[in-house]
Design a protein around this ligand. Structure first.
Ligand SMILES: [Zn+2]
Ligand SMILES: [Zn+2]
Length: 142
């Protein structure tokens, strides 16, 4: 599938549509992602913020991430589905959670990051670029 990518939260209160292709896709095993994702990694696609349209009210919480950047997590206040993360370092990008995109989107992680924090039982795809911690920003990120 190619853009536009539709999506929604588990309860359907929040809907979204993404009109462009991601500039990077990543699986993240940092500790905060494991807390959000029930012990597993988060799977994310980074889009230009201008390409993302979201309808419905979002709740948010802000943490200082392992990278040192401030991350604001936006989620549905009704069902808790994580929709996207916003980094203070890159306001023009949105890190969308793949789980918020409708089935059939066809996107998958191209890299796995924060492997230092992955539990010993984690199965990391050896075909993916792996970064022990935070990688450099994607080349098209500026
Ligand atoms: Zn919801
Ligand atoms: Zn993470």
């Amino acid at each position: 599938m190619t853009a536009p990518y539709p999506g929604r939260c588990a309860c359907g209160t929040v809907t979204l549509e993404i009109s462009g292709e991601p500039i990077a896709t990543r699986q993240c095993w940092c500790r905060q992602c494991q807390q959000l994702a029930a012990g597993g990694p988060t799977n994310n696609a980074i889009f230009k913020a201008d390409d993302v349209a979201i309808e419905g009210e979002l709740a948010s919480s802000t943490w200082v991430a392992a990278s040192g950047n401030t991350l604001t997590f936006h989620f549905c206040p009704g069902c808790g589905t994580q929709i996207f993360a916003q980094s203070s370092a890159r306001p023009h990008l949105k890190t969308m959670r793949l789980g918020a995109l409708d089935a059939g989107h066809g996107l998958k992680p191209d890299a796995v990051i924060w492997t230092d924090d992955a539990p010993e039982w984690a199965h990391l795809d050896p075909a993916l670029d792996a970064w022990p911690q935070q990688p450099p920003p994607p080349p098209q990120a500026t």
